[in-house]
Design a protein around this ligand. Structure first.
Ligand code: GLN
Length: 189
């Protein structure tokens, strides 16, 4: 399969490395014309959502990416990517793609000290390594959304149809089970 990573800012290279290690082709979405290429799934990496949202608009990629997701393109979002997808940001008046029926709080664990590592359950798998880096929190999500992971009472991963969103970074580890889970979803569509 061909996995496209939004490559405007953030840790897209780490995501690419994971999917390549799993035998997939990857491509980078850097400008509007890249969106014309053929691909099977989209990755929204971690990084800085304000910068990514601004670049998506400035490069005139915003509407196409949003429509693609609404049309069913499988998307995997980590951290800043979740902020891009959220329908509502609780501590920020802006919203970006707003395709995920969830309310998200940015920097929910504190700005500087809020980075930590844990191993936790994800979609029925145990001991999955997760790195939280100035992570957001999914505070509310609509009833139709499946919660895939929680950490100390906070929702850390959800799935709404074609949209898989997690507030942590699974792509920093050689345990590839989260990416494999996503690939299964892509293959099943
Ligand atoms: N705190 C960042 C933001 O608000 C997200 C951090 C991350 O992607 N690791 O965009």
């Amino acid at each position: 399969m061909k996995i496209a990573c939004l490559a405007l800012q953030g840790d897209f290279a780490e995501h690419e490395a994971v999917f390549r290690a799993l035998g997939q082709e990857t491509l980078q979405l850097r400008q509007k014309s890249d969106l014309q290429k053929k691909f099977d799934a989209l990755v929204l990496p971690g990084g800085e959502s304000t910068v990514q949202g601004k670049l998506l608009r400035e490069l005139d990629m915003f509407d196409t990416v949003r429509q693609m997701i609404l049309d069913g393109m499988p998307v995997m979002a980590t951290c800043a990517g979740v902020i891009l997808l959220a329908e509502q940001l609780l501590d920020d008046p802006v919203r970006h793609l707003a395709t995920l029926k969830a309310s998200v709080r940015r920097n929910a664990y504190g700005r500087q000290l809020g980075s930590f590592f844990t191993r936790s359950n994800f979609a029925g798998m145990s001991d999955v390594p997760m790195s939280f880096i100035r992570a957001p929190q999914i505070e509310f999500c609509s009833p139709g959304i499946e919660v895939l992971a929680e950490h100390e009472g906070r929702i850390t991963a959800v799935r709404q149809g074609n949209q898989l969103a997690m507030t942590f970074h699974p792509e920093l580890f050689t345990d590839y089970r989260v990416a494999e889970y996503f690939l299964e979803q892509v293959a099943g569509r």
